[in-house]
Design a protein around this ligand. Sequence first.
Ligand SMILES: Cc1ncc(C[n+]2csc(CCOP(=O)(O)OP(=O)(O)O)c2C)c(N)n1
Ligand SMILES: CC(=O)[C@@H](O)[C@H](O)COP(=O)(O)O
Ligand SMILES: [Mg+2]
Length: 637
Amino acid sequence: MTRPDTPLLDRVAGPSDLKALSDRDLAKLSDELRAEVISAVSETGGHLGSSLGVVELSVAIHAVFNTPMDKLIWDVGHQCYPHKVLTGRRDRIRTLRQKGGLSGFTKRSESAFDPFGAAHSSTSISAALGFTVGRDMGKPTGDAVAVIGDGSISAGMAYEAMNNAGAEGRRLFVILNDNEMSIAPPVGAMSAYLSGLYAGGPLRQMKALAEGVEAALPGPMREGARRARQLVMGGGQGTLFEELGFDYIGPVDGHDMGQLLAVLRAARAQATGPVLIHCCTVKGKGFAAAEGAADRGHGVSKFDPVTGQQAKSRPNAPSYTKVFGEALTQEAARDPDIVAVTAAMPSGTGVDIMAKRFPARVFDVGIAEQHGVTFAAGMAASGLKPFCAIYSTFLQRGYDQVVHDVALQGLPVRFAIDRAGLVGADGATHAGAFDIGTMATLPGMVVMAAADEAELVHMVATAAAHEGGPIAFRYPRGSGTGVALPERGEVLEIGKGRVLREGSDVALLSFGAHLTEAERACDRLEAEGVSVTLADARFAKPLDMDLIRRLARHHAALITLEQGAIGGFGAMVLQQMAAKGLLDRGLAVRTLHLPDRFIDQASPDEMYADAGLTSADIAATALLALGREARVVAFRA
Ligand SMILES: Cc1ncc(C[n+]2csc(CCOP(=O)(O)OP(=O)(O)O)c2C)c(N)n1
Ligand SMILES: CC(=O)[C@@H](O)[C@H](O)COP(=O)(O)O
Ligand SMILES: [Mg+2]
């Protein structure tokens, strides 16, 4: 038998246990859940602030709806830690974001309570609408509930979904979790509009659902809601959401369990079409260090759960992001036409460094990569020199814009592609795996990758000087190699690589930041008596065919190396070599790249080991290509 003083959280094995708790106990459970999340994230690091903001909401939704039959879809999924604790994953919550542990996002393969995986924003309403159609066409699925943040609802995809959902008119619940924060303070007219609703006081507007919901509210709230509705609806004009065909309920205090339960229960009982419930929450709620931080504890490293003091890593080299931000600012100081675009990631991309000095020339467009790319294209067409700084994984969102609005029109947009390659704890959703292939296949696109942070400075200068069409350069997450940085970036000759070691047996042709690992592989090979040439290609497009021809002629084997997926640099090299007849002469060629599968979260080194891209793997590949199988054993051991 459970003792009455047993923590409520210990009595919750899954959401069905919430149904047995009183409303007062659900509020108490939220306090325990918040403490559990703080304690777990203090050990793992992760997206603390967003998770703390939805503790009451997570409890209330699971208490009112019938998950997993009802489909609860968290937008981005970075706020799902309380949900994971409530849905049978408490025993593994301290493995969050670690190798072999729980993902930091929702993931279909992890639990039936994660009906839709996420990590990129603004997909939840579309997916929820898909589930409602499934339900209405007889599939075994209940209601669909999408929870989307005020930052994520700024993206076009969310509006495409609401436009469609409003017209479909199907019963669907969208909960807007409005904490008036993205990673940075949110930007844009929509954010200002939501703030207006937020400021309007509790339960300001309701339409079709209004009377039913009001009737279900506790007495004092009911009166206030009715008065407010009459006041606001008197003029007949609804919120934007109502214009799109949704019933609007809100704003609701997302930390008041009584309000949340009343509104969700009433909405669940009454809704016949799409409903938007506007909840106001505080990012970082209940943990002073998070609530008081500029980013409200958006992404934290391990920390002291009492003081909130985060563990500091002390890298002995600056991050690529910082080097980019500073190099861009230097170029911007020399050239007033240089402007920068970020899609809601000013500090993540380092353009905040330029914004401090040239605020009028840095544009944060919100979570709107597609718009950001075309906006940059427009600026380029006007004669400006835009740097579009977007993480590799998020640039995927704007790919048609890269193709149609930039490349096809030959516009000189400079793409600064951060977080290229495997990124660690965020896992497969955030891996910058595909940009080499997708960018390099575009006619007229120049594609570079920085082997170290000094190279990055040169590539920023090269991009700034490049007027003839679009140009992209990629660089990884984290700190650089510690090389000395040049005073000023040098403009590189387009399509020319560099040779770092001269040898005669095997040539390693590296593209980008795996060069350090390639150097280690060279040391291993030389220790085995193999003579190695190491070259840094610098460009995937145009390729340095003179260099490749030389490497092909003077070595028995050629190995390409990149931190990217199949169909990238190696494929470009193979195609060009085939076209030039360089593969017809008995040369052994191998391409080393990410394997054709998604790689789960771990440290970047562990992920590259999983991918078969360690120095030992590279050296073994070289030996096998040279036909020296017997020596490989030493590396595999
Ligand atoms: C397409 C895409 N672009 C950028 C991001 C990076 N990102 C993750 S969370 C976030 C802010 C989201 O703000 P909001 O939806 O308000 O959630 P909150 O963190 O405030 O709870 C951003 C920009 C992303 N995940 N996906
Ligand atoms: C959830 C999300 O997409 C971001 O918060 C991301 O985790 C940031 O990654 P970095 O830590 O690499 O900036
Ligand atoms: Mg927010």
